[in-house]
Design a protein around this ligand. Structure first.
Ligand code: IPM
Ligand code: MG
Length: 351
């Protein structure tokens, strides 16, 4: 079992180090090799996704990623920017299914900005399509019109098979949960998502046990903060999923708690926290490593089929929280405020 470890930028290296520590503590013979991506890739090889990094990721069974991006690269040409490395590796590895579970640990009910009764018991699985939509659609770019004014263009597009394969992932996951899928679109305005809705309805005939509902994305954004417990599985396109998963993460207390798995058709996957590189707090040992540690648990579950050790990690996280350990982002009065590395140690000790 070989894992490509790509720490990336900002807080990436410190949070990934904690997840690696936890994986090593399991002592199950995981082989890990590191490579640079994002700004670190640009520094090392002039490319946010160096060839050697891509080759390592392709050869590995799974990829563990920290985060990419730093303001200092904002002035680079677009194709050299860190985010491009992340988008390219998702596309190159065909990781079309992004699973972002928003789960509230009871200990963190008071860390959420929402009332505890609104979020307690929350357990949503967001299934975000990851290799299509306006993120990748052509044409795109910034050009100059005849009148000298500049125009920016991006294209939202999905074909039927892309919609179907992500829909299938959502329905299959729902079958193992509460059998409810809410498909999020903007079918009242956008044809791309009108097709999305039609395909979801067609697909749902293969899953008679699953209750399919539809929601416009603006309403979904509102319902997520009004009554989030109405959701079981939410399935949506790349851009809506990007936005809604950030929103959902705050229901769990902090974006520092939300892991993710990005899977291809054979469950090869890349595992990364849903949050970004937070360069403002990088190197200060205050970042929350739990989303990355929980992403490592998802790796064991989805790619290595090792439910027992996935649960071991998740239980250890729960235990560390129950023992009162909190990083700054989830800290509330009376708890034990610790840094990134100490939080990793607390999880290892709980293992
Ligand atoms: C995410 C991030 C990325 C995205 C960025 C860093 C390109 O926000 O994984 O949600 O937009 O997909
Ligand atoms: Mg995002």
């Amino acid at each position: 079992m070989k894992i490509a470890v790509l720490p990336g930028d900002g807080i990436g290296p410190e949070i990934v180090a904690q997840a690696v520590k936890v994986l090593n503590a399991l002592n199950i013979g995981l082989e890990m090799e590191e490579a640079p991506i994002g700004g670190a890739g640009y520094e090392a090889a002039g490319d946010p996704l160096p060839d050697a990094t891509l080759a390592l990721a392709k050869a590995a069974d799974a990829v563990l990623l920290g985060a990419v991006g730093d303001w200092k690269y904002d002035k680079l040409e677009r194709h050299l920017r860190p985010e491009r490395g992340l988008l390219r590796i998702r596309k190159e590895l065909n990781l079309f299914a992004n699973l972002r579970p928003a789960l509230l640990y009871p200990e963190l009910a008071s860390a959420s900005t929402l009332k505890p009764e609104v979020v307690s018991g929350l357990d949503i699985m967001i299934v975000r399509e990851l290799t299509g939509d306006i993120y990748f659609g052509q044409p795109r770019g910034i050009s100059t019109l005849e009148n000298g004014e500049r125009e920016g263009i991006n294209t939202m597009r999905y074909n039927e098979s892309e919609i179907k394969r992500i829909g299938r992932v959502a329905f299959e996951i729902a079958m193992k949960r509460n059998k409810k899928v809410c498909s999020v679109d903007k079918a009242n305005v956008l044809e791309t998502t009108e097709l999305w809705r039609q395909v979801m309805i067609e697909l749902s005939r293969e899953y008679p046990e699953v209750e399919l509902s539809h929601m416009y994305v603006d309403n979904a954004a509102m319902q997520l903060v009004r009554a989030p417990k109405q959701f079981d599985v939410m399935v949506t396109g790349n851009i809506f999923g990007d936005i809604l998963s950030d929103e959902a993460s705050m229901l769990t207390g902090s974006i520092g708690m939300l892991p993710s798995a990005s899977l291809d058709a054979n469950n090869k996957g890349m595992y990364e926290p849903s949050h970004g590189s937070a360069p403002d707090i990088a190197g200060k040992d205050i970042a929350n490593p739990l989303a990355t540690i929980l992403s490592a648990a998802m790796m064991l579950r989805y790619t290595f089929n090792d439910e027992a050790n996935a649960l071991r990690i998740e239980e250890a996280v729960k235990k560390a929280l129950a023992q009162g350990y909190r990083t700054a982002d989830i800290h509330t009065e009376g708890c034990n405020k610790v840094g990134c590395a100490a939080m990793g140690d607390a999880v290892v000790a709980a293992l």
